[in-house]
Design a protein around this ligand. Structure first.
Ligand code: NAP
Length: 262
């Protein structure tokens, strides 16, 4: 079966990669682009229609899946509109609030339609988080260093925040470091959640990188993942396009569609 895909945000860095991924995948076909500027360079000799208006796009185009790679504000309204039109969303756009996710979850359940939202589509990053969760049971002393390109707006990254939450599920709570520790330069010890330290680095040249460092008596364990380019997110998006067709509810997080316990 050929899956017809609409891409929202086709001129963005992720959107451009997604177009290539769809073109190179046998069972996927580009149905339309949703682009707020409808720029002519998108056509590039192809006959894929370009829409500025989501409602018009979803009404006129027969598509199976929307891949949204835009901004939280537009991504939310695109996802909502797609579900209302019977199109299953795969959402890479980051920054949705819990309320927005709950509202989309209810809509997907009402419509009995699949919807996948994942803050990180890199399979390696998802595995890193799961491995960190396992290790924290045995190594409660842990610090996270996440590194991203200098155009990133939020810190710590969504992936680092998710890693902290997963570590908390297995780690025995403890205050780390020396009890009399003092910062001579404020922020030197990074951000803190339940005693877990998180350090955010922002530099041009970086893409998305995370290290989780565990310390024990006479031993260190480091779990590390690097996204070297945006192709690293495409396998997860491709898998999600296939999986979203089998779902009848919203799934949050790529780990919930990977069979990690097999
Ligand atoms: P980007 O290069 O800034 O691209 C965002 C694109 O969205 C821009 O081309 C922008 O158009 C477009 N856009 C904004 N509003 C739109 C609208 N109303 N309709 C259609 N397009 C609209 O950013 P990016 O690096 O590609 O990232 C895109 C999103 O994916 C971000 O939310 C980012 O955090 C997220 N992301 C997710 C993952 C993951 O694994 N889940 C990985 C990387 C990035 P203009 O050029 O007109 O502004």
């Amino acid at each position: 079966m050929t899956i017809k895909v609409i891409i929202a945000g086709p001129r963005g860095k992720m959107g451009r990669e997604a177009i290539q991924m769809v073109k190179q995948t046998d069972n996927l076909e580009l149905a339309a682009f949703l682009d707020r500027k409808n720029s002519s360079d998108l056509h590039n000799g192809s006959d894929v229609p370009v829409y500025e208006d989501a409602e018009k796009c979803f009404t006129e185009v027969k598509a199976d899946v929307l891949v949204d790679l835009t901004t939280p504000e537009y991504g939310f309204s695109h996802t909502e509109a797609a579900l209302k039109h019977g199109i299953r969303p795969v959402v890479g756009t980051s920054g949705f609030t819990n309320e927005q996710i709950q509202s989309l979850s209810k809509l997907a359940a009402d419509k009995q339609l699949g919807c996948i939202i994942a803050p990180n589509f890199a399979v390696g990053a998802v595995l890193l988080m799961q491995f960190a969760r396992m290790a924290a049971k045995y190594f409660p002393d842990v610090e996270i260093i996440e590194k991203h390109h200098d155009q990133k707006l939020d810190a710590p990254s969504g992936t680092a925040m998710k890693t902290v939450e997963l570590i908390k599920e297995t780690r025995t709570k403890k205050i780390q470091g020396h009890p009399d520790e003092k910062e001579t330069l404020p922020g030197a010890r990074g951000a803190e959640s339940d005693g877990i330290r998180v350090h955010s680095v922002r530099l041009p040249g970086l893409v998305a990188h995370e290290e989780v460092l565990f310390g024990g008596n006479g031993q260190l364990l480091t779990i590390k993942h690097d996204s070297m380019n945006r192709q690293s997110f495409m396998e997860g998006i491709k898998l999600s396009i296939d999986e979203v067709l089998k779902l009848n509810k919203l799934v949050y997080g790529l780990e919930n569609i990977l069979n990690l316990n097999d």
